[in-house]
Design a protein around this ligand. Structure first.
Ligand code: NAP
Ligand code: ZN
Ligand code: ZN
Length: 346
């Protein structure tokens, strides 16, 4: 075992503090990664707060990991020391179920093994990216294109793939109108990705505060959802509404923005259930669909797509001891657009 420094929440809702964790020795198919950067996803905050249910503590969050390979096991074939790599939301799955075989490991019937707040095959807790190093089976490691800086690429491992996957699945592309709801970490990736896929993009944000950024990142239009007029003006306007909002929303109101046969693709993960007026679905044969991150193959496809199109997250790089302040700012929608921890400061 190797002792490495990390930032952990010792208990639910407690501030994160510096600590030491053990990483397993590098096994046959493992890669030891020297972590350089770790993005802060709103999911980290939901889990530290036990907003999604009982969690495992101490918790070292972080599933937007970018770094460099420092050691490889004897059976590793895809990676070598010095490679620029990433790790996303999961570090294991059964590999044999229908979904694992289809490259949809995130929907593994036995449950994927989360990068943190989970138990690994041996029943030991997993610890995430707010740490100096991580040891991961190469099957769950991604390659970060040379064209992308590691710090701004880190958020692609969750915010990038979480928006890329439903946009691809629901056919965002030329001739399609996409609305992105919530201009945060996920939302600002969704805007860039949908635009690069060729869709016409509109942002629906609580206010017009981030309008300039939204237009610069590729949106053609930008509306405030605090203005009731928005819902009248945009009625029936979209093929896809991608909601990235971390709080409960009035889904029926957003369904009104869809064309017939349109889809409200939801990736936001609020802590409370939402209710829907089913008449808002029936009228135009509309759909509400969920989507969870993306599989390994699609995550690599997304990274390569971002490499080709020069897409990264807009980040605010912070020291590890600023993490609790960053959590407060994310919780109050005060981030442009992703905090990334420089793990050298742990
Ligand atoms: P974030 O950076 O905090 O962005 C969320 C955005 O939602 C905010 O910037 C804000 O946008 C909007 N918002 C927040 N509170 C709101 C409210 N009360 N009413 C209306 N809009 C509100 O968070 P994130 O990291 O992008 O994550 C967003 C959500 O997706 C979280 O719940 C997270 O857990 C979830 N998530 C899901 C997956 C998945 O696989 N499905 C993956 C990652 C994250 P404006 O300021 O523009 O209004
Ligand atoms: Zn995430
Ligand atoms: Zn499986």
């Amino acid at each position: 075992m190797t002792s490495v420094a990390a930032y952990a929440a010792p208990a639910a809702k407690a501030p994160l503090e510096r600590t030491t964790i053990e990483r397993r020795p590098v096994g046959e198919n493992d890669v030891r990664i020297e972590i350089a950067y770790a993005g802060i996803c709103h999911s980290d905050i939901h889990q530290v707060n036990e907003g999604w249910g009982e969690a495992i503590f101490p918790m070292v969050p972080g599933h937007e990991i970018a770094g460099v390979v420092a050691e490889v096991g004897p059976g590793v074939t895809r990676y070598a020391v010095g490679d620029r790599v990433g790790v996303g939301c999961f570090v294991g799955s059964c590999r044999t179920c229908e979904f694992c075989r289809r490259g949809l490991e995130q929907y593994c019937t036995s449950g994927m093994i989360g990068t943190y707040n989970a138990l690994d095959e041996n029943g030991d807790p997993t610890y995430g990216g707010y740490s100096e190093q991580i040891v991961v089976d190469e099957a769950y490691v991604l390659r970060i294109p040379d064209a992308l800086p590691l710090d701004a690429a880190a958020p692609l491992l969750c915010a990038g793939i979480t928006t890329y996957s439903p946009l691809r699945y629901w056919g965002a592309g030329p001739g399609k109108r996409v609305a992105v709801v919530g201009m945060g970490g996920l939302g600002h990736m969704g805007v860039q990705l949908a635009r690069a896929m060729g869709a016409e993009v509109t942002v629906l944000s609580q206010s017009l505060r981030k309008k300039d950024d939204g237009l610069r990142l590729g949106a053609g239009r930008y509306f405030a959802t605090s203005d009731p007029e928005t819902f009248t003006e945009l009625a029936g306007a979209f093929d896809i509404v991608l909601s990235t909002v971390s709080a409960p929303l009035d889904m029926s109101a957003y369904l009104g923005l869809l064309k017939t046969d349109g889809v409200l693709a939801n990736v936001g993960a609020p802590e409370e259930p939402v209710s829907v007026n089913l008449f808002a679905l029936m009228g135009g044969r509309k759909k509400i669909a969920g989507s969870l991150i993306g599989g390994i193959a699609e995550t690599q496809e997304m990274l390569d797509f971002c490499g080709e199109h020069g897409i990264t997250a807009e980040i605010e790089l912070i020291r590890a001891d600023e993490v609790n302040t960053a959590y407060d700012r994310v919780a109050s929608s005060d981030v442009r657009f992703r905090f990334v921890i420089d793990t050298a400061t742990i």
